[in-house]
Design a protein around this ligand. Structure first.
Ligand SMILES: [Fe+2]
Length: 205
């Protein structure tokens, strides 16, 4: 038997400029945290101040690169909310996805041995065959991204993801965000190009 690998896929990554990273880390350290399922999270309202604009602007510019790269049929992707996550040693993040968002992202702010795991269904999952696979690991594809300070990972918001246990004395800080389509949205087809709606993302509200 031979297995042929098919359907390569991708996420987007960038190196975050130092000035953007510094602002994000300052906000992460000064944020008020609340207990989440297995770690701690801050609320988006803490990132509405003008002093956070350089981070928001940098993320919005990267989102626009993705909109152009994917030929998305909208005028803009705009960041909607930002929040930071704090993990003490031994804390981790359960598997989840983000609703009401198109593209989400994570910026690694401090060192950790933990990994972000992204997963999606294999072509052999029940969606494509109609029969369950007893060992679920055989029906999903995993991508394990090591925490790396200064890196930003942008991914489709509906992709399941989780974070493995933090393994250091100093807490692990990350910045996350969601985004949504903004501006003119419609069909870009040559034969039935049409404007379908006009939405505005009200940032900082
Ligand atoms: Fe998440």
């Amino acid at each position: 038997m031979r297995k042929t690998e098919v359907f390569t896929d991708w996420l987007y990554e960038w190196d975050v400029p130092q000035d953007v990273l510094d602002i994000a880390l300052t906000h992460a350290r000064e944020a008020t945290y609340y207990g989440a399922v297995k770690n701690q999270t801050s609320y988006p309202e803490q990132f509405f101040g003008d002093d956070f604009d350089p981070v928001r602007d940098w993320v919005d510019a990267r989102l626009h690169e993705i909109k152009l790269d994917l030929d998305l049929e909208c005028e803009y992707l705009k960041s909607t909310v930002f929040w930071t996550t704090k993990s003490e040693r031994g804390q981790w993040h359960h598997t989840h996805k983000h609703g009401f968002s198109v593209v989400s992202g994570i910026i690694y702010l401090t060192p950790s041995g933990s990994q972000t795991w992204f997963s999606r269904e294999s072509v052999w999952a029940p969606d494509h065959t109609g029969i369950a696979i007893h060992n679920q690991e055989k029906s999903s594809l995993l991508f394990k991204r090591q925490t790396e300070v200064g890196k930003a990972i942008f991914f489709p918001s509906g992709v399941m993801h989780s974070v493995t246990q933090h393994d250091r004395t100093e807490p692990r800080h990350t910045l996350s965000f969601n985004s949504y389509v903004s501006g003119q949205i419609g069909s870009y087809s040559d034969i039935h190009s049409r404007r379908l709606l006009n939405l505005t993302v009200n940032q900082k509200q």
